[in-house]
Ligand binder design. Structure first.
Ligand code: GDP
Ligand code: MG
Length: 388
């Protein structure tokens, strides 16, 4: 099947590579597709499962000369490949990347990008607002994009969507972070805007999105676990519950949002039941005392604390991914509160304590308990299976 081509354009540093990486995942590959000589200005990516080719304009900068070179590379790539009898290399869609942290520059940047892409007169455009960490600013930023485009008379009709994204988790401090957002929306919208014949099947896109959601969700769990370990390892005059609560909540909220379960009234009840089981879990508290009672264990209290905190946050994260995915795929109903409680409880039950105990014992044997990074390495492979 023919692959559609997505041209990614935007100034250096705006986040194009980060975005492409987040969309395609680890299995993406740079291809040598296209003739030599052009690829130094272009990076062309494909992935087995993603139905489109992504063309990254490397070295596109404010300078007109550099923009011209980058665009010329795209032109040459299209022409040369057609000449060589290769696959279709027509640009089907453009992602205009603009930096969400400098919205004052939107009008200027959009003017520049429109000029640079003027040769693709009727190709649809999605404006991707990258680094869109500030949620309250998103609505205003979208409006600014719309207004800036309205001034580009010839191309204003090409603007089809504006999507704010966070391509990879942005960490503000130990307890606050902006999770990935907008990535699967961008994937879905991209497919919708592809011409018939190139458009991927709904089912393929759905499967791909599901896989990406999982990967993004797991990265959120990784960050949250790291935060918990870091916070719990440092002695501070606050109780652990006070410090870990916000991390657990931020994690669940981010995961719910990735699985699009953050909108309805029913979702509130559903999410609350996860929070309740997670934070008030008697089993998790039991883990603490049982670990301290392991004979012959010689690990500093702060390290033990950090392990337990990290393990609890990781288990809540794993459990949330499991239930949110089942809701997203329609295998389970959001009204099934008993089910979600059971899953979460099983994640933090005796099996959980056994797993954590095993980690602690292994760590104690190696004496390898010096820093947060090492603790994380011990914890993250720890998958607490739900038996529901
Ligand atoms: N945390 C985070 N950093 C980002 C994001 N997007 C871009 N960056 C950072 O911004 C810098 C430039 O990004 P890059 O993708 O290389 O930009 P490019 O020059 O347009 O390809 C890098 O340090 C990235 O890590 C994002 O969504 N989250
Ligand atoms: Mg780059």
């Amino acid at each position: 099947m023919e692959r559609g081509n997505v041209l990614v354009i935007g100034n250096s540093g705006v986040g194009k590579s980060t975005l492409i990486n987040s969309v395609l995942g680890d299995e993406m590959a740079k291809t040598g597709f296209g003739s030599s000589g052009t690829t130094e200005k272009l990076d062309i990516y494909e992935s087995e499962e993603f139905p489109f080719r992504i063309i990254d304009t490397v070295g596109f900068e404010q300078s007109l000369v550099k923009q011209f070179k980058a665009i010329n590379a795209v032109k040459k790539w299209s022409k040369d490949s057609i000449k060589d009898g290769k696959e279709n290399t027509k640009i089907n869609l453009i992602w205009f990347c603009i930096d969400g942290t400098s919205s004052k520059l939107f009008p200027e940047t959009i003017k520049n990008l429109s000029r640079a892409t003027a040769m693709w007169k009727t190709v649809p455009i999605i404006v991707v607002i990258t680094k869109s960490y500030s949620v309250p600013e998103r609505a205003e930023n979208k409006k600014m994009v719309y207004n800036a485009f309205a001034k580009q008379k010839k191309y204003s009709k090409n603007l089809k969507h504006t999507i704010p994204v966070v391509a990879s988790t942005y960490v503000l401090n130990n307890t606050a972070f902006a999770p990935p957002e907008g990535i699967t929306e961008l994937i879905g919208t991209t497919n919708e805007l592809m011409p018939e014949g190139i458009k991927a099947g709904e089912n393929d896109v759905y499967k791909f999105k599901l896989k990406r959601k999982k990967a993004l969700a797991q990265s959120v769990v990784g960050f949250s676990t790291t935060s918990a370990v870091t916070v719990a390892a440092i002695p501070v005059p606050f109780s652990d519950a006070l410090l870990l609560g916000p991390i657990e909540l931020a994690q669940i909220k981010a995961l719910a949002q990735i699985y699009e379960i953050d909108k309805s009234k029913e979702s509130k009840k559903f999410i609350n039941s996860i929070v309740e089981v997670g934070t008030v879990s008697v089993a998790a508290k039991g883990a603490i005392s049982s670990l301290k009672a392991i004979p012959g264990i010689n690990i500093a209290a702060s390290v033990l604390n950090a392990i337990i905190a990290g393990a609890i946050v990781a288990a809540i994260g794993e459990g949330s991914i499991y239930v949110f995915e089942k809701i997203y795929t329609g295998e389970k109903s959001i009204e099934d509160i008993e089910w979600v409680k059971n899953v979460m409880e099983s994640k933090l039950s005796s099996q959980f304590i056994e797993n954590v105990t095993e980690v602690v014992e292994k760590m104690a044997k190696t004496g390898n308990t010096k820093n947060v990074g090492e603790i994380i390495n011990w914890l993250l492979p720890l998958k607490i299976k739900a038996k529901v």
